[in-house]
Design a binder for this molecule. Structure first.
Ligand code: BES
Ligand code: MN
Ligand code: ZN
Length: 505
């Protein structure tokens, strides 16, 4: 739920419960005393072992009301020589969790103690990284909990009610208020992605997301178009419709368009929006099947990214094409061996109804290219094999343009939304050749599954169109190893990267 912290920017110290101060380590991994009145306590820490200043450690010390606050929280950032903006972002997440656990009602972040830590290449980004990590950490999804107790407190911020950032420093490139505003915007848009991803599949239907997209687009002042099954049939999106054939719910293709005046480039973002993936007739085992409510996170990621682009008023046009459907077994469901004509005119033999994401995306990618974008990027929870290949610490990245994938890789790395490129050699298409159609949607062994998914999508990219595919199957949810991401559920990962990419392209 979007329960943003209430950030305030100040240039003089205020009264607060807890002052937040930053501490780095010297080469011997001992804490270095920060400048100012809070430096003295560090000597005690240096003698004891309780606090060394490493990243993740926070020492909360009582000052009995002598300073501007009754308590100080010393936030460890690790070795001074190895400090990066990402570590500061993670410290933001740690700080939120600790303040939440201590039930602190107001904090004051001493930004100048962060600015003192010069030396690192990206030190000018530290204040915004901390605010971003803190705001991204302040997320909860409890709309279906304690329903009887839900009252006016339902939308209270997570953590301290008041979060003041104070700095006397005038050398900051961007004003503190602007930095805080952007952190709030980021958290707000990432929360949309997480909320959508977490929505239980009985509520989170194609229609639900279409309506919510319309509501959000209105709120953000951007346009939104929804195509139902009739309109999709007119658009010849038979493959997309085929996936939803076994579902009682109507497919919805949702197009959200941020189109600023004088836009020079157009970025098309295409997302897989399978609201529940049972596997269809090629049904999945029941173990962990509940996780398949997250199978629309590609679409949710593109929604978050287009909203963030709009809030930031970037110069480029961003169009999110989100294809929502539900993959269910039923008397009407498509069966293995079905041959279906795609919007692009090619035929596909469906040998496995559980390889449905690529079917949805084939038509959605073709539709998106009608807008004549300069670049197309899609995101999808496409293959379990992506977890086998890369684990859960990065997404799979594929594409047809080396400079495009390099750019996504760079930004993702910088924002710790990592991705790793896999090859799309033409040879891989051999596995997708069909005896009855132009291609089949799967193969009969488990070799290179993620690449096969990418290879299938590649067949629907028009000549000369730069395109990249992100397989987010294992980064879309349960990314709690990163301190500012939720322990469980939708991570909202790659929203920041895609919005940044759209603005820099
Ligand atoms: N939605 C799944 C992929 C997935 C699996 C995402 C696990 C997250 C966690 C996708 O539709 C799927 O079922 N893919 C198949 C492809 C296969 C049949 C070629 C898979 O991964 O087994
Ligand atoms: Mn599937
Ligand atoms: Zn799926």
């Amino acid at each position: 739920m979007i329960t943003l912290p209430r950030f305030e920017a100040k240039n003089t110290a205020q009264k607060a419960d807890t002052d937040v101060i930053f501490v780095v380590q010297d080469a011997g991994k001992k804490p270095i005393a920060p400048r100012g009145p809070y430096g003295g306590a560090i000597d005690k820490f240096r003698k004891g072992d309780s606090f060394s200043g490493k990243l993740g450690q926070i020492a909360v010390v009582s000052f009995g009301g002598k300073g501007s606050a009754t308590h100080a929280a010393y936030v460890g950032l690790g070795l001074a020589s190895e400090l990066t903006a990402e570590k500061v972002r993670q410290a933001g997440g740690h700080t939120l969790s600790r303040m939440l656990a201590e039930k602190v009602t107001s904090i004051q972040v001493l930004v100048d103690s962060l600015l003192d830590l010069k030396g690192a290449a990206d030190s000018d980004k530290f204040p915004s990284a901390f605010a971003e990590g803190y705001a991204l950490g302040a997320y909860k999804f409890d709309k279906y909990k304690n329903l009887d107790k839900k009252g006016s407190s339902a939308n209270e911020p997570v953590g301290p009610a008041k979060v003041i950032f104070v700095s006397k420093d005038k050398s900051m490139k961007t004003a503190l208020a602007e930095i805080l505003k952007d952190a709030q915007i980021v958290a707000e848009c990432v929360s949309v992605t997480r909320d959508w991803s977490n929505e239980p599949a009985n509520f989170g239907t194609p229609e639900y997301f279409a309506k919510d997209a319309q509501r959000l687009s209105k709120e953000y002042g951007i346009s939104c178009k929804v195509l139902g099954e009739k309109e999709c049939a007119k658009e010849k999106m038979d493959l997309f419709l085929a996936v939803g054939q076994g579902s009682a719910r109507e497919n919805k293709l949702v197009v959200v368009d941020y189109h600023p005046k004088g836009a020079s480039k157009t970025i098309a973002l295409v997302g897989k929006g399978v609201t529940f993936d049972s596997g269809g007739i090629s049904i999945k085992p029941s173990m962990k099947m509940e996780d398949m409510k997250h199978d629309m996170t590609g679409a949710a990621t593109m929604m978050g990214a287009v909203l963030l682009a709009a809030r930031r008023k970037i110069k480029n046009r961003v169009i999110a094409v989100m294809a929502f459907t539900e993959n269910m077994p039923d008397g009407n469901a498509i069966v293995p061996s079905s041959v279906i004509k795609t919007r692009a005119g090619k035929t596909v033999e469906v040998i496995n109804t559980d390889a449905e994401g690529r079917l949805v995306l084939a038509d959605a990618l073709d539709y998106a290219q009608d807008f004549k974008p300069d670049v197309v990027v899609n995101a999808a929870t496409l293959t379990g094999a992506c977890g086998v290949a890369l684990g859960k610490h990065c997404a799979g990245l594929m594409g047809n343009d080396a400079s495009l994938t390099a750019e996504l890789f760079r930004i993702g790395n910088e924002l710790n939304e990592r991705m790793w490129e896999l090859p799309l050699y033409d040879d891989y298409f051999e596995d997708l050749k069909s005896d009855y159609a132009d291609m089949k949607n799967s193969a009969n062994d488990a070799m290179g599954g993620t690449i096969r998914g990418g290879m299938f999508l590649k067949q629907f990219i028009r000549k000369g169109m730069p395109w990249a595919h992100l397989d987010i199957a294992y980064t879309a949810q349960n990314m709690g190893q990163i301190p500012y991401l939720p322990k469980k559920g939708g991570s909202g990962m790659h929203v920041r990267t895609l919005a940044q990419f759209a603005s820099e392209y």
